[in-house]
Design a protein around this ligand. Structure first.
Ligand SMILES: Nc1ncnc2c1ncn2[C@@H]1O[C@H](COP(=O)(O)OP(=O)(O)OP(=O)(O)O)[C@@H](O)[C@H]1O
Ligand SMILES: [Mg+2]
Length: 474
């Protein structure tokens, strides 16, 4: 059972989908950033190539052949050897002699000088990864006893890098990305879903349903979210106990006051017979005030009877079409005395199964009476009753629309609270004779029949109150 209105008030909350997106992006970007740092650490810096690496196993052979080519055929032979080995791959091969000069007399690129100097004498390959290229150096001595450094310089290529780093290249990289995304989605769901569960429970509590508890799957977890759910449940439990004790108190007080009030009314009637005519005005005022207190007590008792639940003995099949017709006829009769009227447009034979006739009559009367009271003189209150087909069942829809001042947007939900009355700018309640309990009674009566009650301002003026009632709800 919810109270709805056409406004979204200050209670409107940020959609939970936004939290889901945020948490997901945090995880996803964090994992991607870690991945990027890992790749960068592989891409940059100087490392000795492990002996298991294919480069380490090929380096001595290439070095021997390069030295042999140079020593047997000079620079020309080496040049041929180099061209045959690297072709147009963009890789540059240098053979640097013991004097630090390239055997082809090419200038040694400045970004390779340090790696040439740092070339290791233990026969291992040293590689330096840079942003634009990577360079490897290998120091060796040829069979004729001359020292050389073999220098390889290659441009940076993403594909080649991924091949050597991730092994399978781009497809593997894609698969890893997909797995990371799925894992992040799962993790986000794991964190956000319980929050979503507690939030929807909190919303139902805010709408007045104090029987709600956080979802079982959240309470069964063993983490802080389960603790939050337990705290939430404890809070609602205490709230519900507090509200129950307040209602009990109100019910007891109104019950206890009823008998003395009845005696007071009878005593006043007796007193009137014996009192002098000058006391008449005073007696009238006393009767009026006592009458108001009596009405208030009556309404409080009705409300507390509804709140404690309707007994199943009082339930029967209720002809809603006939009930509404009777209430409208009575209302129309009263309305005519102040130049107003009530028009009914109703489908016949709408029956609410296992309903409490008294409670439904009370709900309809309160809403139609309000409309008659607030509609401007000369105007007509429109009452429409029809049925709507739902997927498995049907529901009755009763709409009551007047041409009065309507209700300020921010009060559309509050008018269903006990004792709430819209105040004029002067601070006086708009309905001076009202107690503010009528709509609270209507809400409780409809709630007991698992229905919904909606108030919204009509265009251009007036208020429309709609009751949606399942025709069969047990
Ligand atoms: N049709 C309406 N048009 C304008 N204001 C309305 C209308 N119905 C209700 N209200 C506002 O909502 C308040 C609460 O209505 P509710 O029926 O609960 O109490 P009441 O009419 O003041 O008193 P009671 O019905 O207990 O005699 C009213 O005081 C009034 O300010
Ligand atoms: Mg009322």
């Amino acid at each position: 059972m919810t109270i709805q209105s056409s406004i979204s008030g200050p209670n409107a909350r940020a959609p939970i989908g936004r939290l889901f997106t945020k948490v997901f992006l945090w995880f996803w970007l964090t994992v991607l950033a870690l991945f990027a740092i890992f790749l960068a650490s592989r891409m940059l810096g100087t490392r000795v190539v492990p002996s298991t690496d294919v480069i380490a196993s090929f380096a001595p052979r290439v070095a021997d052949e390069a030295a042999h080519a140079y020593e047997s055929g000079g620079a020309q032979e080496f040049e041929q050897f180099e061209r045959g080995l690297v072709g147009k791959s963009g890789i540059e091969l240098y053979l640097i002699d013991g004097y630090g000069k390239d055997v082809l007399s090419r200038p040694i690129p400045s970004d390779t000088l340090s790696i040439v100097r740092a070339a290791r004498s233990d026969g291992r390959v040293l590689t330096r990864y840079g942003l634009s290229s990577h360079r490897s150096s290998y120091k060796f001595t040829s069979p004729s006893g001359h020292p050389y450094v073999l220098l390889v310089r290659a441009g940076w290529q993403v594909g080649r890098f991924l091949d050597t780093t991730a092994g399978g290249g781009l497809p593997l990289f894609g698969a890893v990305l997909l797995m990371v995304t799925i894992f992040c989605l799962w993790l986000t769901h794991h964190i956000v879903a319980p929050i979503q569960g507690i939030q929807s429970a909190a919303r139902r509590v805010a709408a007045g349903d104090l029987s709600v508890r956080s979802p079982a799957e959240v309470s069964e977890r063993h983490d802080e979210l389960a603790a939050l759910a337990a705290d939430f449940d404890a809070m609602v439990e205490r709230l519900s106990a507090f509200v129950r004790s307040q209602k009990d108190l109100l019910s007891t007080v109104s019950h206890e006051l009823r008998s003395p009030l009845t005696r007071l009314i009878m005593s006043l009637a007796l007193l009137r017979k014996q009192s002098p005519p000058e006391a008449e005005e005073l007696l009238q005022r006393m009767e009026h005030d006592v009458g108001r207190v009596d009405t208030l007590m009556g309404q409080l008792l009705t409300l507390s009877r509804l709140e404690t639940g309707l007994s199943s003995d009082a339930r029967d099949n209720v002809d809603l079409s006939q009930l509404v017709q009777e209430v409208v006829a009575d209302g129309d009769f009263e309305a005519h005395s102040c130049g107003k009227s009530v028009r009914l447009q109703a489908e016949g034979g709408i029956v609410i199964e296992k309903a409490d006739q008294q409670a439904l009559r009370s709900a309809c009367e309160n809403i139609i009476r309000n409309a008659i009271r607030f509609t401007t003189p000369g105007s007509e209150v429109e009452v429409i009753l029809k049925t709507e087909k739902m997927t498995a069942s049907s529901q009755a829809v009763l709409s009551v629309r007047d041409y009065g001042p309507g209700v300020p947007g921010e009060s559309l939900q509050q008018i269903f609270q006990p004792f709430f009355r819209v105040r004029e700018p002067s601070g006086d309640p708009r309905a001076k004779n009202g107690t503010g309990l009528g709509l609270a009674i209507a809400l409780e009566a409809i709630r007991q029949h698992r229905g919904t009650i909606i108030a919204s301002n009509a265009n251009p003026i007036g208020l429309e109150v709609k009751i949606l009632l399942p025709t069969c709800y047990l």
